[in-house]
Design a protein around this ligand. Sequence first.
Ligand SMILES: *[C@@H]1O[C@H](CO)[C@@H](O)[C@H](O)[C@H]1NC(C)=O
Ligand SMILES: *[C@@H]1O[C@H](CO)[C@@H](O)[C@H](O)[C@H]1NC(C)=O
Ligand SMILES: *[C@@H]1O[C@H](CO)[C@@H](O)[C@H](O)[C@H]1NC(C)=O
Ligand SMILES: *[C@@H]1O[C@H](CO)[C@@H](O)[C@H](O)[C@H]1NC(C)=O
Ligand SMILES: *[C@@H]1O[C@H](CO)[C@@H](O)[C@H](O)[C@H]1NC(C)=O
Ligand SMILES: *[C@@H]1O[C@H](CO)[C@@H](O)[C@H](O)[C@H]1NC(C)=O
Ligand SMILES: *[C@@H]1O[C@H](CO)[C@@H](O)[C@H](O)[C@H]1NC(C)=O
Length: 495
Amino acid sequence: MMCYDKMQGGQSFNTIIWLILVASAIGCGCLRPGVEGGVGVNWGTMASHPLPPRIVVNMLQANNISKVKLFDADPNVVAAFAGTNIEVMIAIPNDMLDGIAASTDAADSWVRDNVTQYLFQGGVNIRYVAVGNEPFLKAYNGTFQNVTVPALENIQNSLLNANLGGQVKAIVPLNADVLSDGNSQLPSAGTFRGDIQPIMKDLLSLLDKNQAPFTVNIYPYLSLQQNPNFPKDYAFFDGAANPIMDGSHVYTNVFDANYDLLVSALIGIGFPNMSIIVGEVGWPTDGEMSANILSAQKFNQELLKHVLSNIGTPLRPGLPLEVYLFALIDEDQKSIAPGNFERHWGIFTFDGQSKYPLDLTGQGQNGSLLKASDVKYLPFRWCVLNPDGDMSKLAENVAYACTYADCTALTYGSSCNSIGGPGNASYAFNSYYQLTNQNADSCYFEGLGMVTTADPSTDSCKFMIEIALSSGLRGPSASLLMPFAGLIALFFFSF
Ligand SMILES: *[C@@H]1O[C@H](CO)[C@@H](O)[C@H](O)[C@H]1NC(C)=O
Ligand SMILES: *[C@@H]1O[C@H](CO)[C@@H](O)[C@H](O)[C@H]1NC(C)=O
Ligand SMILES: *[C@@H]1O[C@H](CO)[C@@H](O)[C@H](O)[C@H]1NC(C)=O
Ligand SMILES: *[C@@H]1O[C@H](CO)[C@@H](O)[C@H](O)[C@H]1NC(C)=O
Ligand SMILES: *[C@@H]1O[C@H](CO)[C@@H](O)[C@H](O)[C@H]1NC(C)=O
Ligand SMILES: *[C@@H]1O[C@H](CO)[C@@H](O)[C@H](O)[C@H]1NC(C)=O
Ligand SMILES: *[C@@H]1O[C@H](CO)[C@@H](O)[C@H](O)[C@H]1NC(C)=O
């Protein structure tokens, strides 16, 4: 996953579609098969203490989650799916695209090592290979524009040469910023962004030739987060009282509007029957005002109900939707460049606890998700502020801890924002102490830290105990243990 992977800055696409205009929209007939519909999850592993893959796969099975989208092809993760029948999407990271674009041999080896080797009887049910992740994101300044389609073509050919063309499809997950509404704010006006039109034509021809779906990431949360005037109901599938009319089509939620913006763009560019997967959609639970448990539960539950009702969207009525929730688990090492919410997209916490009830069948009945079992933790102890320490050194020590550890829950509007100045310091110290596997020296903080066995958590603010890393899994780097190496104050505290 790249730094900007959730970023969708400023494009008109994010603005609410509210103008009333008469426009003709072309209804879409029967699409070719390829997307069966349903709900999967994105499993990213940018965590300091990732859950062991076996535990995650067991948790997926316990909750009847049958589709998973990954961001790479880590053999420890992919192999854990052997014998499960869970559909897996593996991925080629953006930084490998130029090598694969330049060499059919590189593509062949990638497919051999990362696809073919798992396809034995009782192996892994690999359905898709994602070639890059949002490679045309505006923030990348065109870095991957010339290599994505050639890489896709090489991977498709490698799959065909391995006789896997029917079974495994190569796709390219794209951020919704590949789309434009020409400032009309109507789904029917959807087109592909001007600068990538020729590339999109080539990409769509390749997908079409191989009967592979188009994959787009849709984020109503970002529409709301970036525009305080965005009508909330419309984000939460609740806009029936104030629908948006687009010709004869009625829009009551921004998910459908964004989806049909893509459908319109596909019609316009000559691929009206292209099937669509929503590669990422979700709502974070912390790190920002509108990122909280209640909103995330409401959005995801309404989304699942909508997707699994098989209503489809106004431009594709009755057609099955296939979506992958973002995300399965929180990731404490994700870049927070797009915002402090980035580390809190999970429907499960970093350690596989269910954050809120969610009915994955879309029936709204018994929504309890089953938590991960057999999780091994570090000892139950925390690092907190020692009230007898030298407070003149507090700010720099807190800043140091938060430079490395995850302090995003302290942000304004977040779960730990109201625990007070000393609480802030304790939270920061503990995050760092856990990150470093409770290393004894990492609770020193120039005499300001002390270890306790009394849980400092409050009702809303959880002080974590990290997962015990099993041997072979990567831990935090040694540089974390070097006090004050390259101090960068990411957080500023007032006491
Ligand atoms: C999973 O599916 C099986 C078979 O359909 C069902 O018996 C079980 O209750 C489901 N479990 C959950 C957690 O939904
Ligand atoms: C297989 O995938 C892994 C993880 O993405 C990558 O490191 C490795 O280079 C890939 N194998 C080949 C032959 O490209
Ligand atoms: C893209 O360009 C902007 C403005 O020139 C720059 O700030 C940014 O770092 C560039 N991003 C990448 C990924 O090259
Ligand atoms: C991509 O190709 C175009 C046309 O050949 C060229 O102008 C552009 O500089 C290339 N971009 C990169 C990042 O190589
Ligand atoms: C799309 O599907 C319809 C109905 O099957 C068909 O009539 C039409 O020719 C297709 N269009 C294209 C561009 O393939
Ligand atoms: C959901 O099912 C679980 C397990 O069967 C049960 O413990 C729980 O009470 C049920 N919750 C609701 C709201 O029905
Ligand atoms: C705790 O830290 C957060 C994040 O920097 C800040 O918003 C809040 O005001 C602090 N609380 C106190 C009492 O200093």
